[in-house]
Write a protein that binds this ligand. Structure first.
Ligand code: SF4
Length: 162
């Protein structure tokens, strides 16, 4: 893949660009996001955050449904969104599934956890949808055993001015 041949310096510059872009989009959409009721919001997390050695999530077409086995941080996210009465949580196998989920579920807001490049692509995919998006970057990316800042995730999920 072409991206793999990027030099270290180019990768750093590219990631900096995605970081600036996604942080700007988060700021622009934060107010609107906070005005959307919890039950009109969905959450998308990457499947690479799962602990695959213990995961018992139910596999669907393009995503998993977390079974709350307490094997990874998705467990805490799942419990919190149920408590707040979010519309749904999707453990995505890939970003492309977002479009069909939106068509089926018609949410008004999305919280997405991903690496910066996926976050950038998601903002682009959703550019013309009437949705408020908040992106939370992974603190450890790399396609397997990735990690997110749970405190940051909870902070974003709880934002609500309704
Ligand atoms: S908490 Fe959910 S996603 Fe994480 S390992 Fe268990 S079933 Fe899989």
């Amino acid at each position: 893949m072409k991206l793999c041949r990027l030099t270290k310096k180019n990768k750093k510059q590219r990631n900096q660009f995605y970081k600036i872009f996604t942080e700007k989009q988060n700021r622009i959409q934060a107010k609107e996001f906070a005005c959307i009721p919890f039950n009109k919001r969905i959450v998308c997390v990457p499947h690479c955050m799962r602990n695959t050695s213990v995961c018992i999530a139910l596999e669907k077409d393009g995503y998993y449904l977390c079974a709350e086995c307490n094997g990874c941080k998705i467990n805490d996210i799942s419990i919190l969104i149920k408590k707040l009465a979010y519309q749904a949580l999707y453990v995505l196998k890939g970003g492309k599934k977002i479009e069909s989920i939106i068509k089926e579920q018609t949410p008004k807001a999305i919280v997405g956890i991903a690496c910066f490049i996926e976050g950038y692509q998601a903002f682009k995919i959703l550019e013309y949808e009437s949705l408020a998006v908040q992106f939370i970057p992974l603190i450890k990316d790399g396609c397997v055993a990735t990690d997110a800042d749970l405190a940051e995730v909870k902070k974003v999920l709880k934002q609500c001015n309704v």
